[in-house]
Design a protein around this ligand. Structure first.
Ligand code: ATP
Length: 351
């Protein structure tokens, strides 16, 4: 069991600073997911915790011990990579046992740990196979198994599922969630995938250009994003944003309709944010927006309607089931009583 603490972590490549002073407290046993757009510094941060990348400033502690100058193998961490990084000339068993043998672990104990990890991951039948004779999903389980046998205090995952197809991804995601429950270890996980972040994380850390934008539970980030960046980043379908004007106790919408404001706001020009799943079809009289249906994507269980307003803004509306809508028809949309977000000119959430 181990806390992980980051204090003022910086990283520069030459004169270019890419991580600008990150502070973060990860509790022992917590599952923390780093998300953010490509190049925001997720992998760099993870690799600095792993000791694979030197830090340019700040302090990293694992289990209460400052590890800035501790080499990676002595940090009590195990890392699982996107590329699996298995040794091609070794069997599954040998791949899993390799690190323990290097550490001069007694043979009987190596055997017991490898078999226990194989049991947890249900790869007992493949122990004698070579990696090339395994599917991508099986290889990734071996890579996870290799991490488990070392009995680390902290697991670090760098996009471990991104090479798998959709159904295997979902299956392995559930296995990782179960693993976290079984092992009770601290896990830090980097991903691009919204579903992985939302479903696996106790807390999500949203990074942008080398800085933390917000840290919170998946539902906190979904319900109370602190700014338009987090609001637009979290959730499967991007939040809709529209410019609006505050007039007294009302919001004036793009096409002239008004919406009562529950809290008076000082800002005049603001951005309204509303998630596609919180919009609904309405009668023309009750609608807050009307527009032309420019694209509809039917998923069976739900549909995404892309509606172009007269102002040129495109709104995404998520509708249950398989709505019977025709391309280019007029669609009328109602805003929910709650679930509407407001942001100031700098993109900060207004409460
Ligand atoms: N060895 C390097 N030399 C110079 N710049 C680097 C090096 N490694 C990473 N960077 C830069 O540091 C920044 C952060 O990279 P990092 O790989 O951490 O991003 P990321 O958020 O993990 O991105 P992705 O999701 O695309 O993997 C990027 O701008 C990248 O170009």
């Amino acid at each position: 069991m181990a806390d992980v603490t980051l204090r003022g972590i910086r990283k520069s490549y030459g004169s270019l600073e890419v991580v600008h002073g990150v502070d973060l407290d990860i509790k022992s046993g917590e599952f923390v997911v780093f998300v953010g757009p490509s190049g925001c510094g997720k992998s760099t941060l993870l690799r600095m915790i792993a000791g694979l990348e030197p830090i340019s400033g700040g302090e990293i502690s694992i289990g209460g011990r400052v590890v800035n100058d501790v080499p990676s193998p002595q940090r009590g961490i195990s890392m699982v990579f996107q590329s699996y990084a298995l040794y091609p000339h070794m069997s599954v068993y040998e791949n899993m046992a390799f690190g323990l043998k290097l550490a001069k672990t007694p043979k009987a104990e190596v055997d017991q740990r490898v078999r226990e990890a194989a049991r947890i991951l249900q790869i007992e039948d493949y122990l004698e196979r070579m990696p090339k004779a395994l599917s991508g999903g099986q290889r990734q389980r071996v890579a996870i198994g290799r991490a488990i046998v070392r009995n680390p205090k902290v697991f670090l995952f760098d996009e471990p599922l991104s090479n798998l197809d959709a159904s295997l991804r979902a299956q392995t995601r559930v296995e990782i969630a179960k693993l976290h429950d079984t092992l009770d270890a601290t896990m830090i996980y980097v991903t691009h995938d919204q579903v992985e972040a939302m479903t696996l994380a106790d807390r999500i850390v949203v990074l942008n250009a080398g800085r933390i934008e917000q840290v919170g539970s998946p539902l906190e980030l979904y319900r109370n994003p602190v700014n338009t960046f987090v609001a637009g980043f979290i959730a499967s379908q991007r939040m809709n944003f529209l410019p609006v004007v505050v007039e007294g106790n009302q919001l004036r919408l793009v096409d002239g309709k008004a919406l009562p404001l529950s809290h008076p706001q000082l800002a005049k020009a603001v951005t309204l944010g509303v998630r596609p799943e919180h919009l609904e079809l309405a009668s023309p009289e009750a609608a807050h927006f009307s527009g032309t249906l420019s694209v509809i994507e039917q998923f069976g269980e739900y549909a995404l309607a892309y509606v172009e307003l007269a102002s040129g803004e495109l709104m995404t509306v998520k509708l249950d089931g398989a709505p019977d809508l025709q391309l280019h028809e007029q669609v009328h949309i109602g805003l929910p009583a709650d679930g509407v977000h407001l942001f100031d000119a700098e993109g900060r959430a207004l409460r």
